[in-house]
Ligand binder design. Structure first.
Ligand code: AP5
Ligand code: MG
Length: 216
């Protein structure tokens, strides 16, 4: 069992890699962004509460995301380990994760920092779309569906959607939040001897190989 964090700015490829590694090796992907978007889609009380914050690109409160992760960690048994995608994002969240894993007698194995230039991040974010049926991620230049309008993974037709926060204004706020609140985690995990770095500029497959060489 391995527990891994993918750490990186918006568009670094965390979701792309977490999804694919989970499919191949049986990890459980825990993406707080996906969980919050689900809550928004269901129009739950939580969804309504976070909707505006997410659209602007600001961070939701530590309390909300820690509670989501806590429920998943406690209710998931018998897994090959977790891949955390987009969590933790603050030092308080990192501390909470350490405590939660401790409680269930697990440890954090690796924190993989995926670094990508800001220019490239803008290109990635502004070209992203996904399948609303299965969640597969695509890009209008770097990862287009094999047949126009049809999802490669689940075969849904014309179900592609864009994210509400994938616009220039929101991206600026998301990047700022990353450098201000999340990037201190790089030093934190370096000090804990958990940090590994992967160049996030290669192709999706090259990056996957680099991550696999670290974790498998
Ligand atoms: P979240 O959903 O986590 O968004 P994010 O961190 O901004 O990251 P992204 O999902 O945008 O990027 P990614 O790294 O997953 O890239 P992807 O693989 O999609 O969070 C959204 C919001 O929720 C936050 O702003 C906040 O409000 C809230 N939130 C979530 N978690 C929180 C927390 N813990 N605390 C507080 N608030 C929280 O790739 C991007 C694109 O590039 C895709 O189109 C993909 O096909 C393409 N691509 C990927 N890799 C490559 C490659 N190697 N080469 C070419 N193209 C590539
Ligand atoms: Mg993502």
């Amino acid at each position: 069992m391995k527990n891994i964090i993918l750490l990186g700015p918006p568009g670094a490829g965390k979701g792309t890699q977490a999804r694919s590694l989970s499919d191949k090796y049986g990890f459980v992907q825990l993406s707080t962004g996906d969980m919050l978007r689900e809550a928004k889609k269901d129009k739950s009380k939580l969804g309504l509460k976070v909707s505006n914050i997410m659209a602007k690109g600001e961070l939701v409160t530590d309390e909300i995301v820690i509670d989501l992760i806590k429920k998943k960690i406690i209710n998931t048994t018998n897994n090959k380990g977790f891949i955390f995608d987009g969590f933790p994002r603050t030092l308080a969240q990192a501390d909470a994760l350490g405590n939660l894993l401790n409680k269930v007698n697990q440890v954090l194995d690796y924190v993989i920092e995926m670094y990508v230039d800001d220019d490239k991040l803008v290109q990635r974010i502004t070209g992203r779309f996904s399948c609303s049926s299965c969640g597969e991620l695509y890009h209008k230049i770097t990862k287009i569906p094999k047949k126009t309008g049809i999802c490669d993974v689940c075969g849904s037709i014309d179900k592609f959607k864009f994210r509400q926060d994938d616009n220039e204004d929101s991206l600026k706020t998301r990047l700022l939040a990353y450098y201000r609140d999340t990037s201190p985690l790089i030093g934190y995990y370096y000090a804990l001897k958990k940090l590994k770095k992967v160049n996030g500029l290669g192709s999706i497959n090259e990056i996957q190989d680099a991550i696999r060489n670290i974790i498998i």
